[in-house]
Each structure stands twice: as structure tokens, then as C-alpha cells.
Design a protein. Structure first.
Length: 419
């Protein structure tokens, strides 16, 4: 039986694995390394600064800057790096810090006497005392209501696309106003598509060129640098997720829904100028396929209702951390977990343990509890060491009683009967 099984091999999963391996835990990590990053179009760049994009190992020896030096690349403040370079960094980090990955996907995680039963996509069963769920963002993609249920020939999410050259010469409507939407529209235009933006917001927001790291005491005090951008609010989110978790639930919900909202990177603005059709303050009302294989969109904008035809819609509308979308967890286990906020995200304790003992969570699912930093790579540095400390505490606490995990809700049924 393993001490820890990690489900997911993105920045959070690899960081947790690095800390667990350093502490000598018997672990196994499942997933294709950096899969969602490697699937992005080749023309995309990291929005975060290189110094805020490190994966986490206990010694801090395998940061993005260290990898860049091995490649003869300077990871500089204010200079964006390609997402493909970052994906390669994740592969290198894994080779340096964790046992060999098992690239199979996990079909289910079910409570079992002494811990959990983990089943791979091809049916092999593993037993483990604890599980860390670090499945990234892909299971939580958000599609606007009017587009749900339409075939992928008509509608896709921005995360579905590795490359966008298949849309050359076609009319493509991109829904959203954040980095993914604006960069997707820019790349589509550069590759010869007729791209438009459809956004509910009444203006596009753009991040400004980051100020120099060394800029004097006064400027640094007025707007300190953080891994999430400049400013004291960002300092709270970046440096004190533990304090964020202690805020009243309504306050956390309000901040999670509004902080670090949609915005384009400063370096994208000039490229985006080539996108000629930008429709702001516009809501998508309905979408219906036409007889000739296109989509008819009814929209409501500043001038009232209107309609347009398009060949394809790409929803660049982000990700919502809902527990019901974590399909890898057995239904009984999902239903037993305490949730936080109206979105139905799981509640997470001080060391990233869920309300089911031994089940730990990392990444986007923890953002409603720990704040906006968990939506970014930057949050892996706060998460990994603490989560592994929680795993070790759980293993010590259960060593003398067989490790039988029970929900904290007062339910006296066995885990197997609840799954």
C-alpha cells in the first residue's frame, strides 16, 4: 500500500510529489506531465513573471530560472516566456525531483479500509493511505449556458485547442474578455481567420508593463511586487492564503468572484489591435445550428437585440471549481464532502485536507478556501509543503488504528458503504 497517490502531474501535482519524495514517502504520481500547458497553441506566452512561475521543491533548487540557465535562456522580469518552454521546464523538474511518473489517467478514487482504492483507466487497482487530488483546471471548464450541449464541431472551449491553424479562412467568435480570449482572437487573426470578440464586460482591461523590481523604497511601499501583480490587495492574496482562509465566508466568496478579474497581458495589446470586430457589453442569448452547418447567435448588446452567423464559437470563459465536476472521485465520496460557497467547491482545512480524512486537494479546487493565488502556478509554492505536512500528520495519526478514514460529519457508516 502506498503512503500517497497523487492524481495529476501539472505544476501542483509535481510540486506535491517533489516534497513528498524528499520526505521519503512511498508515493505514486499519475498523469501526463504538464498536459494542459503542452496542449496550448504554440503562439501563447506565460502571463505571469518568470520569478512567479517556479514549481516548488523543498530546497528551491529547481526553479524556472535554473532551468532557463541550462537552456541558455535568460528568465527576465518583464520578458514573457512561451508556454511550451514552461511545459518543458515541468518535464525537467519532474526528472530532477520525483520518482518516474505513471502517465495513465485515473478512472476513480474510492474510500477503502485503511485509505483509498485508486483505479486506472485500464482497470489496474492501487491501494493508498492518502490521496492528493491535483487535477488542474481542465475538468472545471466553464461553457456559457446557451452553448452547452452543442457538438464540438460548433462549440469548443479555449482549452480544447493545441493549435488554431485549422480555422484559417473561417469566421470564429470568441466569447470572453480575459487573457485566453484576447490571445486566442489575436492568434486566430494572425493565422488568417476572421475572429471577433463577444464579451459581457463594457471595456477590455489590460495589465500595464510591470515596474522594475528595484525601484526605490517609496514606490515599493506604495505598490509592492507580488507573484500576482503589484499592490497591497495582491500582497494579501499572494503571501497570506492562510489568513484568507480565516476571512468570513461571504467575504471570501465576494473576493473570489471579483479579484484579479479578466485582463489581457501588456505585451498582447499591440497584437490584439489587429482584431477588428470587438463587441463589448454584449450577452449571448441563444445559439442554434443552421442548415448550412454554421451557428446562428442571438445576442443582446448596447443597441438592443441582434443576430450574427459564425462558423464556430470558442468559449474562453474560464474554469469554475465545482466539486460535482471532479468526476474522478466516487459519487458517494463527492456527496460526503463539505462544500464552501454557492459554487459547490469543497471545503479545505489548514493543511489542504478535505472533510474526508486522508483526501487532500490542491490547485483550483482550493481557491474558494485559500484565495485567488490558487488559480495560478504561483500558489503551488504555498500549497506543496503544507499539504505534504498534512499527509505526514495523517499517516502518523492513523498508524496505530489501521488508518481507517471516516468522514468528519458524524456519519458512522464505513467509508466503503458510503462510496
Amino acid at each position: 500500500m502506498y503512503d500517497l497517490v497523487i492524481v495529476g502531474a501539472g505544476p501542483y501535482g509535481l510540486s506535491v510529489a517533489a516534497h513528498a519524495a524528499a520526505h521519503g514517502l512511498n508515493l505514486r504520481t499519475f498523469g501526463r506531465p504538464m498536459e494542459s500547458w503542452r496542449a496550448m497553441p504554440s503562439g501563447m506566452f506565460l502571463k505571469s513573471e518568470p520569478w512567479a512561475s517556479h514549481l516548488s521543491d523543498p530546497r528551491g533548487a529547481f526553479g524556472l530560472d535554473t532551468y532557463a540557465r541550462t537552456r541558455g535562456v535568460r528568465a527576465e522580469h518583464g520578458v514573457p516566456l512561451p508556454v511550451g518552454f514552461f511545459a518543458d521546464y515541468g518535464d525537467w523538474f519532474a526528472r530532477q525531483t520525483v520518482p518516474p511518473l505513471d502517465e495513465r489517467l485515473i478512472r476513480s478514487v474510492t474510500p477503502h479500509a485503511g485509505g483509498f482504492e485508486v483505479v486506472t483507466g485500464d482497470g489496474e487497482i492501487f491501494r493508498t493511505r492518502t490521496v492528493a487530488l491535483a487535477v488542474g483546471v481542465l475538468p472545471f471548464m466553464e461553457i456559457p449556458g446557451p452553448l452547452r450541449g452543442l457538438p464540438r464541431g460548433y462549440v469548443t472551449h479555449s482549452s480544447h485547442h493545441g493549435e488554431l491553424d485549422g480555422f484559417t479562412g473561417r469566421d470564429v467568435t470568441v466569447v470572453g474578455a480575459g487573457q485566453a480570449a484576447l490571445e486566442t482572437a489575436a492568434i486566430l487573426t494572425e493565422q488568417g481567420a476572421r475572429a471577433r470578440i463577444l464579451a459581457r464586460s463594457d471595456r477590455l482591461n489590460w495589465n500595464t508593463l510591470p515596474p522594475a523590481l528595484d525601484r526605490g523604497l517609496w514606490q515599493s511601499l506604495r505598490a509592492p511586487h507580488t507573484g500576482l501583480g503589484c499592490g497591497w490587495h495582491n500582497r494579501l492574496y499572494a503571501d497570506t492564503p492562510g489568513l484568507f482562509r480565516r476571512l468570513p465566508a461571504p467575504t471570501r466568496e465576494r473576493i473570489f468572484g471579483s479579484a484579479l478579474g479578466p485582463a489581457g497581458a501588456w505585451w498582447l495589446r499591440e497584437r490584439f489591435a489587429a482584431v477588428a470586430d470587438v463587441r463589448l457589453a454584449t450577452h449571448l442569448v441563444s445559439a442554434e445550428p443552421t442548415d448550412d452547418g454554421r451557428l446562428w447567435l442571438d445576442v443582446s448588446g448596447p443597441d438592443g437585440p441582434s443576430a450574427l452567423e459564425t462558423d464556430h464559437v470558442i468559449a474562453a470563459t474560464g474554469f469554475t471549481p465545482r466539486l460535482d465536476r471532479a468526476a474522478v472521485l466516487a459519487p458517494g465520496l463527492r456527496k460526503s464532502l463539505r462544500t464552501v460557497g454557492p459554487g459547490g467547491a469543497p471545503e479545505v482545512g489548514a493543511l489542504f485536507e478535505s472533510s474526508w480524512p486522508g483526501l487532500f486537494l490542491a490547485g483550483l479546487l482550493t481557491a474558494p478556501s485559500y484565495g485567488p493565488s490558487m488559480r495560478f502556478v504561483f500558489g503551488a509554492g504555498y500549497t506543496a509543503g503544507r499539504l505534504v505536512r498534512g499527509v505526514r500528520q495523517h499517516l502518523r495519526a492513523t498508524a496505530g488504528r489501521g488508518g481507517l478514514g471516516r468522514p468528519r460529519s458524524g456519519d458512522t457508516r464505513t467509508p466503503a458503504s458510503r462510496a
